[in-house]
Design a protein around this ligand. Structure first.
Ligand code: 13P
Length: 257
């Protein structure tokens, strides 16, 4: 599979003129980038249609959120059907910022995954431990935390082979901190997650599920991260909406063979 680059804009940029400048940067790299990678953009929902209008061709579209029910009135949410009808393919679920600031819990995450699969959307589940000790060594507690996230998220989920899911390992201590795990630890985490998937689903399915890394991905570390064994891509936060860094990062990626 082509490696994935997923750009999570979070709650940026703050206005349309900043959005314009940002989209110009993505547009400049569109062709070179999408030939080598599957590139998914996750703009705030408010900007989705505008971004699709400017960047017509190679990018895949994603949402930073979804609500699991389409039959009840719920203020401020988007439904899987709305996303589907507007060209969205991938939905980010269980991001640690939502878990922390909005108290999004594991039951909600499970419901969101089921709603996405039912609507033929690809859930991109974020898992990851809070303890920084796992930066240099994957300890038992961190491993358990990752397994628990996975266990709850996929409770009652049956995959028959046609559905697609993606998983991002985003250790909480690495988000917004300029810290990343040692690459050997990262390789081990990917192996552990793949192992869990093979037990929970099947060996064949486990090999087809894209495993991403997210947390302080920059122009400096992206190429080494993409070389880690078993990694199928990266999830990029701050660098997705900071023009200078975005330019640097896209240049690096374009130069990759
Ligand atoms: P940063 O790249 O800013 O650390 O954020 C990562 C992230 O949260 C991506 O979803």
């Amino acid at each position: 599979m082509k490696q994935y680059l997923v750009f999570n804009f979070k709650n940026n940029p703050q206005n349309l003129s900043q959005l314009d400048s940002l989209l110009k940067i993505y547009h400049n790299f569109e062709e070179g980038l999408t030939r080598k990678f599957s590139v998914v953009l996750l703009p705030p929902t408010l900007y989705l249609l505008k971004a699709q209008e400017v960047l017509k061709n190679g990018f895949l579209w994603g949402s930073q959120n979804v609500f699991w029910h389409s039959k009840i009135a719920i203020t401020g949410e988007v439904t899987p059907q709305m996303l589907k009808a507007n060209g969205v393919k991938v939905v980010l679920i269980g991001h640690s910022e939502r878990r922390e600031y909005l108290e999004e819990n594991r039951e909600m995450i499970n419901l969101k995954i089921k709603a996405c699969l039912a609507a033929n959307l690809i859930p991109l589940l974020c898992v990851g431990e809070a303890t920084k000790s796992s930066q240099t060594k994957l300890d038992f507690k961190s491993r358990q935390e990752i397994f628990e996230d996975l266990n709850y998220a996929f409770r009652g989920v049956k995959l028959t082979g046609g559905e697609k899911i993606m998983i991002a390992y985003e250790p909480r201590w690495a988000i917004g901190t300029d810290l990343i795990p040692d690459l050997t630890v990262l390789e081990e985490v990917m192996k552990v997650i793949r192992f869990w998937l093979s037990r929970r689903f099947s060996e064949d399915l486990a090999q087809k599920i894209a495993l991403l890394y997210g947390g302080s991905v920059t122009s400096q570390n992206i190429l080494s991260l993409l070389r880690v064994k078993n990694i199928n891509g990266v999830l990029i936060g701050r660098a997705a909406t900071k023009p200078l860094e975005l330019n640097q990062l896209l240049k690096k990626l374009r130069s990759k063979n």
